[in-house]
Ligand binder design. Structure first.
Ligand code: C2O
Ligand code: CU
Ligand code: CU
Length: 430
């Protein structure tokens, strides 16, 4: 923290080697360390500054996924950091407590940069959520769970795409926080997991091995209005969910990803990974557990519009070949929105390949999925939403950041292979 109160984060992007498997080192990239990056944390109202040093030997960027901030601080493909250079974006945190994350965004190379290990969590706090009786001892009963699928090819990561799949890279095992076969010993009755799907293409359907239920308390942009009990939650790349699970003394349970049939047909189920299952993280409860207070009945207030004051609608048709028939062009602005207004965006997946949709700078409310009320896991603030094959989602968001006619924000499919292929567009706020 600087004298004027600015919270400073020093991050160096660098190459490394990590021993994921005994006796075998894998070439990796990481922030400060060999793989992934430190968890950053700031509070609403705080000024933050990042010092990003690029020691990779090739250009990259750092994007603050889910953060509401000026376009030139966003870290998208227009804020490239040259090898050896340092980039120092700064902004004031002005949004609810949430689990956000950061990762590179170089146009055409995002899949590779993330897959090599450049990703980390960025947690936001606020006063109201700080007063709630939620598990909040970081690393004790409040755990970051960064889920990635990987494949090893000798001493290297295998970055190849699965045969017949146009989804992008799919691994054959998963890691949590860069660890294979992970487990965590816990000493509290209630454990909060901050799930982040940091995989490049894989869609997970998380639940527990013994089918126990859990409380969903938060989505991408922060806490829900109230906790919702469920036993499965589907997460596409880039999405976050905060869940709270109850443990009994001495027991074990495993967070698992189950096969799911959310795809348009059996072909895409099979080749987009819908038949796969993974043991993601084992929880091992100690013989005696500390009591946890009951979850509060009311959590947060959603600060996302409900569509009633939208001044304009837009349509986005998704195909792997582009959005609205166009591939991303760095020099073309696709949409211009008016500062301070709310809009309703309709996003339609026009074929059977799974996609999702992420919008920079804003959090949105999912108004409808195929004309119906969204499922519980989509009833919070979101910045990324899964759009299964032949499905339409309707989203409402408000653009209340500073105007900047020259610097665009991105919207794109967060299956990074698709993003790199050009499933991305640009909007400016004026
Ligand atoms: Cu997490 Cu534009 O991305
Ligand atoms: Cu983003
Ligand atoms: Cu896609």
């Amino acid at each position: 923290v600087k004298r004027d109160g600015t919270r400073v984060f020093d991050l160096t992007m660098r190459a490394g080697k990590k021993e994921f498997r005994a006796g075998q080192k894998t070439s990796t990239w990481g922030f400060n360390g060999d793989y992934l990056g430190p968890t950053l944390r700031a509070a609403r109202g705080e000024k933050v500054q990042a010092k990003i040093k690029n020691s990779l030997g090739e250009e990259s960027t750092v994007h603050w996924h889910g953060m509401h901030l000026p376009a030139e601080m966003d870290g998208g493909p227009h804020q490239m950091v040259a090898p050896g250079a340092t980039w120092t974006p700064h902004w004031t945190v002005n949004q609810p407590a949430a689990t956000l994350w950061y990762h590179p965004h170089p146009h055409g190379k995002t899949e590779k940069h993330v897959q090599r290990g450049l990703a980390g969590m960025f947690l936001l706090d606020d006063e109201k959520s700080g007063r709630l009786a939620l598990p909040k001892k970081y690393g004790v009963d409040d755990l970051p769970v960064i889920v990635q699928d990987v494949k090893f090819d000798g001493a290297e990561f295998d970055h190849g795409h699965k045969l017949m799949s146009d989804t992008g890279f799919l691994g054959n095992r998963t890691m949590v926080n860069g660890t294979l076969d992970p487990y965590k010993e816990v000493g509290d009755e209630l454990v909060r997991l901050r799930l982040l799907n940091a995989s490049t293409a894989r869609i997970y359907d998380f639940g527990f091995s013994d089918a126990r239920d859990f409380a969903l308390i938060g989505t991408d942009g922060g806490l829900l209005e109230k906790a919702t009990r469920m036993d499965r939650i589907r997460m596409s790349p880039g999405e976050r969910a905060e869940i709270v699970v109850r443990m009994k003394p001495g027991e074990r349970t495993t967070l698992r990803s189950f096969p799911n049939d959310s795809y348009a047909d059996s072909w895409s189920t099979r080749f987009a990974g819908g038949d796969d299952s993974f043991d993601v993280l084992q929880l091992r409860a100690k013989k005696t557990l500390r009591d946890s207070p009951e979850l509060p009945a009311a959590l947060g207030e959603l600060e996302v519009p409900d569509g009633s004051d939208s001044v304009r609608g837009r349509f986005f048709g998704l195909l792997t070949s582009g959005i609205n028939g166009k591939k991303m062009e760095m020099g073309r602005i696709d949409e211009t929105v008016t500062r301070g207004t709310a809009e309703t965006w309709t996003v339609r997946n026009e074929h059977s390949t799974p996609h999702n949709f992420h919008i920079h700078d804003v959090q949105f409310r999912v108004l409808e999925v195929d004309g119906k009320e969204p499922p519980a896991e989509l009833r919070g603030a979101k910045d990324t939403v899964f759009v299964p094959g032949n499905t339409t989602v309707k989203l409402a968001m408000r653009f209340d950041g500073p105007a900047d006619p020259d610097t665009p924000y991105m919207y794109h499919c967060h299956l990074l292979f698709h993003e790199d292929l050009g499933m991305m567009g640009q909007f400016v706020v004026v």
